[in-house]
Design a protein around this ligand. Structure first.
Ligand code: TZP
Ligand code: MG
Length: 220
């Protein structure tokens, strides 16, 4: 029962601003310090992405960020890597369509862990939901330089996925202050940002401004 309640609590936290701490985007910067700034700005949903880091570096960073997130009561999600999520005691794991299948990951993760799935189509989103995903992420909603190879689903792709899923929906890709409202209107429960927050001169300020904007724009 406790595990089920904790997983539900974590799933309920998939709302509002979600900051993806991208180690490649942040190359040369103090990643734990950057993470703290986002948390100081009020973000309670953090993902760690580290596509080019060695396993050892990824894990060391994950252990560090998990600890920091715990201080702030923030959810900590690891991208791509089940082994890293397990080893650092992450709250959850984010998987894409070419990563380990959700059902396999679930076998190894603690029962209170959440799993988020990236979906490019409504079909993929429905499959993820049926397989027990805790949230689904759709994008790129807007053009982005951060992940040049990403499939572009656009706002229409986001809307189509919103129509078929009941679990929390995360919008990602090219979201900024001038377009975030459109993503919310299209049905996103949470907005996942990289450059709009991590590329800002004051990350704490950018974070809190986004949170304020999203709160003000909340759509039911
Ligand atoms: N997945 C789909 S788009 C994207 C990822 C990781 C990049 C998001 O970065 P930004 O800077 O917020 O566009
Ligand atoms: Mg992935």
């Amino acid at each position: 029962l406790a595990a089920r309640l904790l997983r539900k609590h974590r799933r309920d936290m998939i709302t509002g601003l979600y900051v993806a701490i991208d180690a490649d985007y942040l190359a040369g910067r103090d990643i734990p310090a950057v993470t703290r700034e986002a948390l100081e700005g009020g973000c309670r949903l953090i993902q760690l992405r580290a596509k080019t880091a060695s396993t050892r570096k990824f894990l060391a960073l994950a252990v560090n960020l998990k600890e920091i997130c715990l201080e702030y009561g923030a959810l900590f999600i690891v991208n791509d890597r089940l082994d890293i999520a397990l080893a650092c005691g992450a709250d959850g794991l984010h998987l894409g369509q070419t990563d380990m299948p959700l059902s396999q990951a679930r076998r190894f993760l603690p029962p209170d862990s959440i799993i988020g799935i990236s979906a490019d189509t409504p079909e993929q989103a429905v499959s993820a939901q049926n397989e027990g995903a805790d949230y689904v992420a759709a994008g790129a909603v807007f053009p982005t330089q951060t992940k040049p190879d990403v499939l572009f689903g656009g706002l229409s792709g986001l809307k189509a996925i919103h129509q078929v899923v009941k679990i929390p929906l995360v919008a990602i890709g090219g979201i900024n202050k001038s377009n975030f409202y459109e993503a919310m209107q299209a049905g996103a429960d949470s907005l996942c940002l990289i450059s709009a927050v991590l590329g800002a001169p004051d990350i704490k300020k950018a974070t809190s401004e986004f949170i304020t904007l999203m709160e003000a724009a909340k759509i039911d």
